[in-house]
Design a protein around this ligand. Structure first.
Ligand SMILES: NC(=O)c1ccc[n+]([C@@H]2O[C@H](COP(=O)([O-])OP(=O)(O)OC[C@H]3O[C@@H](n4cnc5c(N)ncnc54)[C@H](O)[C@@H]3O)[C@@H](O)[C@H]2O)c1
Length: 246
C-alpha cells in the first residue's frame, strides 16, 4: 500500500530530537524523501544513518537565512523540488517580563519568528517554481492563550500564526497551502529545560486527557497537513493538546 506521503519531498527544521525527530521518522515511514536540518551534527548524522538513506541531514541554524538557502538548495539539487516544509525548530523561554534582557528578547524572536519566516520564504520560492506544496509551521497555545512569564515566546508564536494566515491567503492561488500545528504539553527537552523540573506533572494536571503527550503523537497531524488528505485545508490551525485549550 502506498504511504500517505509517497513520493513527496519534505524539508523540516529542528529534526535532531523531540517532535522534529519523530516527524522525520514518521514521514519516512509514510514514503516521503526527507531532508532535515539542525545544529547537532552528530545526532543528525546518526538519525539519517538509522533511516538507511531515506532522510538526509543538513546543518541548519534557522536564525541564519543563508543556512536556509543552503538547505533548500541541497534539497533541490538532490530531488528537484520541495513538496512539503515543516518549520518545527523552536526554543522555549520562561521569564518575568521585566527580567527579559535585550539579548534574550532578540534570541527568542530570531529562532521562533525569524526562523519561520526565512524557512517559509525559501520553501515558497521553491514551491512557486514547481507549482504547489504544503507548509506546516509549529506554533504553541502561547500564541493564542495567556500564560504568565511567556511574553517573548508568546510574541513569536502569535507571529507564527499571523504570518501563516497571511501567507496562506497570498500563496493559495499558487497551490501552496500553509497551516499551523499547535502542540500542547509534550514530553520533550523544550518543556523540561525551560520550565521547572515539575513541568511534566503540571502539564499533565492542566491537560484534560490527564497526561502530557509523547513526541510521536505530533506526527499524525503533520502527515495530514503535508499530504493530499488535506488538499482543501489552508490558513488554519490543527490543535494537538489533549484538550488544554478547549
Ligand atoms: N514541548 C512542548 O510542550 C511544546 C508545546 C508547544 C509548542 N512546542 C513547539 O514544538 C516545536 C518542537 O519543540 P520540541 O518540543 O520538540 O522541543 P525540543 O527542544 O526537543 O526540539 C526543538 C528543536 O529545535 C532545534 N532548534 C532550536 N534552535 C534552533 C536553531 N537556531 N536552528 C535550528 N534548530 C534549532 C533544537 O535543537 C531541537 O532539535 C518548537 O517549535 C516548540 O516551540 C513545543
Amino acid at each position: 500500500m502506498a504511504g500517505r506521503l509517497s513520493g513527496k519531498i519534505v524539508l523540516l527544521s529542528g529534526g535532531t530530537r523531540g517532535m522534529g525527530e519523530a516527524q522525520v521518522r514518521g514521514m519516512v515511514r509514510e514514503g516521503a524523501k526527507v531532508v532535515f536540518g539542525g545544529r547537532d551534527r552528530a545526532a543528525g548524522t546518526a538519525i539519517a544513518e538509522s533511516l538507511g538513506g531515506k532522510a538526509h541531514f543538513v546543518p541548519l541554524d534557522v536564525t541564519r537565512s543563508e543556512d536556509w538557502k543552503a538547505a533548500a538548495d541541497f534539497t533541490l539539487a538532490k530531488f528537484g523540488r520541495i513538496d512539503g516544509l515543516v518549520n518545527n525548530a523552536g526554543v522555549g523561554a520562561t521569564r518575568p517580563l521585566v527580567d527579559i534582557d535585550d539579548a534574550e528578547w532578540a534570541d527568542i524572536l530570531a529562532v521562533n519568528q525569524n526562523g519561520v519566516f526565512f524557512g517559509m520564504r525559501e520553501g515558497a520560492r521553491a514551491m512557486l517554481q514547481s507549482g504547489g506544496g504544503a507548509i506546516v509551521n509549529v506554533a504553541s497555545p502561547a500564541g493564542t492563550k495567556a500564560h504568565a512569564n511567556l511574553v517573548a515566546y508568546s510574541a513569536a508564536k502569535a507571529a507564527v500564526i499571523g504570518m501563516s494566515r497571511a501567507a496562506a491567503k497570498e500563496l493559495a492561488p499558487s497551490g501552496i497551502r500553509v497551516n499551523v500545528l499547535i502542540p500542547g504539553f509534550f514530553a520533550t527537552r523544550l518543556l523540561t529545560e525551560t520550565t521547572n523540573s515539575e513541568a511534566l506533572v503540571r502539564g499533565a494536571q492542566l491537560t484534560p486527557l490527564g497526561r502530557v503527550a509523547q513526541p510521536e503523537e505530533s506526527v499524525g497531524a503533520v502527515l495530514f497537513l503535508l499530504s493530499d488528505e488535506s488538499s482543501f485545508v489552508t490558513g488554519t490551525q490543527v490543535v494537538v493538546d489533549g484538550g488544554y485549550t478547549a
